[in-house]
Every structure is written in structure tokens, then in C-alpha cells.
Write a protein that binds this ligand. Structure first.
Ligand code: VGL
Ligand code: ZN
Length: 197
């Protein structure tokens, strides 16, 4: 059994002071660093949008951050501009241990968002992570990071659907929690067979 730690989007823009700050986002950095040694592999994901990305409220007339819109692939929350490629906000939190096996960037196509580390928001364009993990013989995944109810949630559900044995360490995650999204994500993860630890 090969067990990997998948660290989702521990970036400045998701931490206090950032463009899309998740409450307590920085509190998980030390616990994540402390658990890295327990795993056979460590993979970091990085939300990595071009300026003017279609998930940004600023890219749409008459839309505000946290409004909903309809994309070709379905409903999409419009976010404050965040994690723009090459900016300080897109960098990992300065205290995060980045001595990882793989850094996977996602959300780099202008017209489509990517919450999940496995598939973009059309739920069919692969990021390549499944092939990477399977070709390394990784069967078990522990997920941590930001945000519990968006990128961690979508990644966990996809991982379970792809046949990985999935645990989310809730103590090393923090949520945006808009309109009950955290409770809904917890229910859906449990139903998908994800272990919430
Ligand atoms: C995320 C909203 C927009 C996340 C990324 O990492 O959970 N949320 N982009
Ligand atoms: Zn994003």
C-alpha cells in the first residue's frame, strides 16, 4: 500500500490577508508540515489562474464576488480575483514545507475553473493526477488544505470515485462555508465513502 498526502491550495490568497481569505487558513500550515513525514509521497496543488479568469467576478459585467453564474459546464460561483499566476497571492504560504514530490497546478485555462485536483469543473477534463498516482502505485490518499467545502471536497469526491481509499483530515482543513456549503460537503463526502477524520 502506498499512501500519499495531497495538500490542497495552501496559498497566500486563501490565508488571512489574501484575496479570498479562508478563516483560519494559516492555522493548518504547521500541522500539515508535521504530518508530511508519515507519507510515502507528498503532492501539493496550486490554484493557478490567468488574469481575467472566467471564475473571477471582475471578469463579468454586473457581477459581484460570491454571485452565481451559468457557465457552459454548469453553475459557477464568481470569486474575488485570486491566485493569479506569478503573483504573491498565488505563492504557497511562506511557512509551508514545499519539499514535495509533485506540484500540480490547476485552473490555468481561462474559460473553465478547476476545484478538483483530478478534473476541471466540466467534470471530464483530466488534470493528469490520476495517471500520476496510479503509475506510482498510490492507492491511499489523505487530503488536507483549503478550502474544505470547495477544492478539498471536489478532490475527495473525485478520488473516491476513481477508486482511491480517501481520508480527509478535517483538523488540517478550513472552510469558506457559504450558504451551508460546509455541511453539504461533509454529507456528500461521507456518502461517497470518504473517511472524515
Ligand atoms: C478554491 C474557490 C476558488 C479552493 C479555489 O481552493 O477551495 N475555492 N478557487
Ligand atoms: Zn480558484
Amino acid at each position: 500500500m502506498t499512501h500519499a498526502l495531497l495538500v490542497i491550495d495552501v496559498q497566500n490568497d486563501f490565508c488571512p490577508g489574501g484575496a479570498l481569505a479562508v478563516p483560519g487558513g494559516d492555522e493548518i500550515v504547521a500541522p500539515i508540515n508535521a504530518m508530511m513525514d508519515e507519507f510515502d509521497a507528498v503532492i501539493l496543488t496550486q490554484d493557478w489562474h490567468p488574469a481575467g479568469h472566467s471564475s473571477f467576478a471582475g471578469s463579468h459585467d454586473d457581477k459581484n464576488p460570491f454571485d452565481m453564474t451559468e457557465m457552459r459546464y454548469g453553475p459557477q460561483v464568481l470569486w474575488p480575483d485570486h491566485c493569479v499566476q506569478g503573483t504573491e497571492g498565488a505563492n504557497f504560504h511562506p511557512d509551508l514545507n514545499t519539499h514535495a514530490d509533485l506540484v500540480l497546478r490547476k485552473g490555468f485555462r481561462s474559460g473553465i475553473d478547476s476545484y478538483s485536483a483530478f478534473f476541471e469543473n466540466d467534470q471530464k477534463t483530466p488534470t493528469g493526477l490520476e495517471g500520476y498516482l496510479k503509475s506510482r502505485g498510490i492507492t491511499k490518499l489523505t487530503l488536507v488544505g483549503l478550502a474544505t467545502d470547495f477544492c478539498v471536497y471536489y478532490s475527495a469526491i473525485d478520488a473516491a470515485r476513481l477508486g482511491f481509499d480517501v481520508t480527509v483530515r478535517m483538523d488540517a482543513c478550513r472552510a469558506i462555508d457559504m450558504d451551508g456549503s460546509l455541511a453539504a460537503a461533509e454529507t456528500a463526502m461521507r456518502e461517497a465513502g470518504v473517511i472524515l477524520a
